[in-house]
Structures are given as structure tokens and as C-alpha cells.
Design a protein around this ligand. Structure first.
Ligand code: ADP
Ligand code: MG
Length: 238
């Protein structure tokens, strides 16, 4: 059996009476790209945040690169790079200063070479000394991605990382993810760009109201999405 990069068993996250996730189970082999689809409020961000060690599940078991994100969050954090919708950068610092700050937190060795490499990877080699506030949303997102790559993680987790980016920035990010995957690493992403999400994916999941409606080959997910958008019409004939 192929080793797994992510394994979820019966993961539930409850807020009061609402199940943001309900008994979600699946596993993803190493070197995979998993795209999580689903309408607003279906639990995609909740799932990414659980994998990213930012949120504890109410019940169930999760493993990411063999570690439990609750019990072994330090081990998980070393292996993952996280890009959330909000870039969480210090606006008054330069791109390089932001990266240095995170690099120190992660104990990145050979920091200046590593920062040069990640800035080049996201196409910002010339902009490292500009302050974040002067950057467009697309450029800020690219710095956030550079930060996620800084400690050379095995898995990238991206929540709506493409949203608000122009076509150029989307293309740059896409190439970057393809390269990351070709290097043998895994990606979990959520996106509203169905086409892009499908083209990148080796595996697809569909969440609806916190439940896993589909998991498997990317080719099968569109008909599952169509089924929730156009449910079979009720037969109103007597
Ligand atoms: P998605 O990312 O697919 O849009 P989310 O994971 O953000 O969905 O949210 C799933 C559900 O959980 C939604 O109904 C949302 O309102 C609810 N939810 C998310 N975070 C909280 C919270 N901190 N407190 C209460 N409900 C929450
Ligand atoms: Mg979300």
C-alpha cells in the first residue's frame, strides 16, 4: 500500500448545534494534489484549518505526514506550509523582513539564500525590500506563498489562495504549485476556480453542509457538483 500524506477518520467539528464537518473520512497518498470543492459554508476552511493545526476537531482522527495535528502539532507544522485567504503579513514591514520573521520562528538555516530562492520562486526577486502595504493583493498573496515555502515543507495547504488574483498571478501560482508537486510533494487546496482546481488535482473531494459528498478521481466530481446545483426535480404530478 502507498504511504499516506493525509488520513481522516470520522472527523467532526461542531459549533453548538451546527456540524461544520460531520464524520468526514478519506485518505490521500503521498505525492497527491487534493482539491476540495463545495459551496460556501460547506466546511472547506474548517477542514484546512484542522489539517493546519489551527483548529481542534470535536471528534475523529486526523494524520498529516504521519502525525496527529492536535497531539503532535509541532511535528505537523514543520512539514506543512499554509496559505489562508487573509495573508497575515505585517503591512509595515518589507517582504524580506516578513520572511525573516517567519524564518526565525521556524529555525530556517541559511536564511538569506532561502529567502532569495522563495522570492524568486514567486516572481518577486526584485521586490523584497518594498513594504507589504505598497503591494497589490496578488503580490501580497505571492509573499504569503513565499512564506509558506520558506521552511521547505512536504505539504502545502491553500485555502482560496487564488481568489482576488489577476490572470497573471494565477498563472504564476499555478506553475509554482505544479513545480512543487513535480518535486514529489503534496498539496491540499480549496478554490472557486473549478477548472483550475480540476486541472491541478490528482484527487477531488466535495463537501456539502459538512458532509463528504464525493471523494475520488477528479473526473467524477463535476457530475457530483452538478447534482447539488441541479437536484432532480420533484415529481409534482398526482
Ligand atoms: P467554507 O470554507 O466551505 O465556506 P467554513 O468551513 O468556513 O465553510 O464553515 C462551515 C460552517 O461552519 C459554516 O456554516 C460556518 O458558518 C460555520 N462556522 C465556521 N466557523 C465558525 C465559528 N467559529 N463559529 C461558529 N460557526 C462557524
Ligand atoms: Mg472557506
Amino acid at each position: 500500500m502507498q504511504p499516506l500524506v493525509i488520513e481522516l477518520r470520522e472527523i467532526t467539528k461542531r459549533y453548538g448545534r451546527l456540524d461544520a464537518l460531520r464524520n468526514v473520512s478519506f485518505s490521500v497518498p503521498v505525492r497527491s494534489v487534493l482539491t476540495i470543492f463545495g459551496p460556501n459554508g460547506s466546511g472547506k476552511t474548517t477542514l484546512i484549518r484542522i489539517l493546519a493545526t489551527l483548529l481542534r476537531p470535536t471528534s475523529g482522527m486526523a494524520r498529516i505526514v504521519g502525525h496527529d495535528p492536535v497531539q503532535e502539532c509541532g511535528d505537523v507544522r514543520k512539514q506543512i506550509g499554509v496559505v489562508l485567504h487573509q495573508s497575515l503579513l505585517y503591512e509595515t514591514l518589507t517582504a524580506r523582513e516578513n520572511l525573516e520573521f517567519y524564518g526565525k520562528m521556524f529555525g530556517v538555516s541559511d536564511m538569506s539564500a532561502r529567502i532569495k530562492y522563495v522570492l524568486e520562486s514567486v516572481g518577486l526577486a526584485e521586490r523584497g525590500d518594498d513594504i507589504i502595504r505598497a503591494f497589490s493583493r496578488g503580490m501580497q498573496q505571492r509573499v504569503a506563498i513565499a512564506r509558506a515555502l520558506l521552511h521547505d515543507p512536504q505539504v502545502l495547504l491553500l485555502d482560496e489562495a487564488f481568489s482576488g488574483l489577476d490572470a497573471n498571478a494565477v498563472a504564476t501560482l499555478r506553475q509554482l504549485l505544479e513545480r512543487f508537486h513535480q518535486e514529489g510533494r503534496a498539496i491540499v487546496l480549496t478554490t472557486h476556480h473549478y477548472q483550475l482546481g480540476l486541472e491541478l488535482a490528482t484527487h477531488a473531494a466535495l463537501l456539502v453542509n459538512g458532509g463528504l459528498r464525493y471523494f475520488g478521481e477528479p473526473t467524477g466530481v463535476m457530475s457530483a457538483i452538478d447534482a447539488i446545483n441541479h437536484p432532480p426535480s420533484q415529481d409534482t404530478e398526482p
